[in-house]
Design a protein around this ligand. Structure first.
Ligand code: CO
Length: 182
């Protein structure tokens, strides 16, 4: 019986295609016919939304922008301890990486941001990340220029407040914020 229904609906769909009907509508119609009930459609949509939900809880996507005005658009980012974070940095300006480079550097607790900025300024050859940074840096993106986007994935550290900065020479004074882990 189901096969017959399917065949009928396919024929119907085909004839609709031939008449120039809208393809999307036909697909819905045929899936309803196959299931015989609208229930199937509901189940399908529930499944797909729960899949999205799982993705969200496994991976926290954060976005921050840097501008030609030497500013981040956020002063605060929040995350849960131990969560996987995919942080995207967008340079929404037009200036070059050499003139107005931006990166996102998440520092460990107890690191003085101004002192780190000075060390970073001497590390031009290493994208302005001090070669000996070691544990001082929890995560960082590459340095980018206007119109570029970069992403870094890392695990949120333990609960607490952390500093994030842009380590381009001179930027730390303005490009800084708090990364709050709850
Ligand atoms: Co910068």
């Amino acid at each position: 019986m189901k096969i017959i229904k399917l065949t009928m609906s396919m024929l119907l769909a085909l004839s609709l295609v031939a008449c120039g009907g809208e393809e999307k509508e036909e697909k819905k119609e045929s899936s309803v016919s196959i299931g015989g009930q609208t229930e199937q459609r509901e189940t399908t949509s529930t499944e797909s939304s729960s899949e999205n939900g799982d993705e969200d809880s496994d991976l926290l996507k954060l976005t921050i922008e840097g501008s030609d005005q030497m500013k981040f658009n956020k002063k605060e980012l929040k995350a849960k301890a131990g969560s996987e974070i995919e942080l995207t940095l967008k340079h929404v300006g037009e200036m070059s990486k050499q003139a107005m480079g931006h990166n996102f550097v998440l520092l460990s607790q107890g690191i003085d941001i101004m002192a780190f900025g000075e060390r970073a300024a001497g590390a031009a050859d290493n994208d302005y990340i001090p070669e000996d940074a070691g544990d001082d840096v929890i995560a960082h993106t590459e340095m980018i220029g206007g119109g570029e986007t970069t992403t870094v994935t890392f695990t949120a550290p333990e609960k607490g407040e952390y500093d994030f900065i842009c380590s381009f020479p001179g930027h730390v004074a303005l490009m800084k914020g708090k990364f709050i882990v709850e």
